[in-house]
Structure formats: C-alpha cells, structure tokens
Design a protein around this ligand. Structure first.
Ligand SMILES: [Zn+2]
Length: 68
C-alpha cells in the first residue's frame, strides 16, 4: 500500500515520515515557507494531531485494557 500524505491525502513517494505517518514534499515545503499563524499551519497541526497523536493515544488505551 502506498503512503498517503496526511495533509493533502495524495499518494507520495518521498517526504518526511513522522511516526510512520507521511507528509509529502509539497506540504512540507508549504509548512516551512508558511508563518506560524497561517491557516495552513493550523490545518497542518490538526492533521498531525489527528493522524499521529490520537491513534497513539488510542493504542495506549487499548494496551491498558489488555493488561487489566
Ligand atoms: Zn501533502
């Protein structure tokens, strides 16, 4: 299965990987070139939160349930 960018959802071949989630070069560059208070940056942060942090939280909850 091809990786998809968590921001623009396009299939990608290269880019940065954060915790097995991928961000394409295009979005990475947009982020680097955007100032902190832009809508894109806010959107990007939301995507990271949803794609990287929330699944991790769910996994740790599952681990807790399995161990109890
Ligand atoms: Zn992208």
């Amino acid at each position: 299965m091809k990786r998809r960018c968590i921001v623009c959802k396009k299939p990608i071949n290269d880019g940065i990987i954060i915790n097995s989630k991928a961000i394409c070069k295009c979005c990475e560059e947009k982020l680097i070139n955007s100032y902190v208070q832009t809508d894109f940056y806010e959107y990007y942060k939301e995507c990271i939160k949803k794609s990287v942090i929330e699944p991790l939280l769910k996994e740790s909850v599952l681990d807790l349930q399995e161990n109890s």
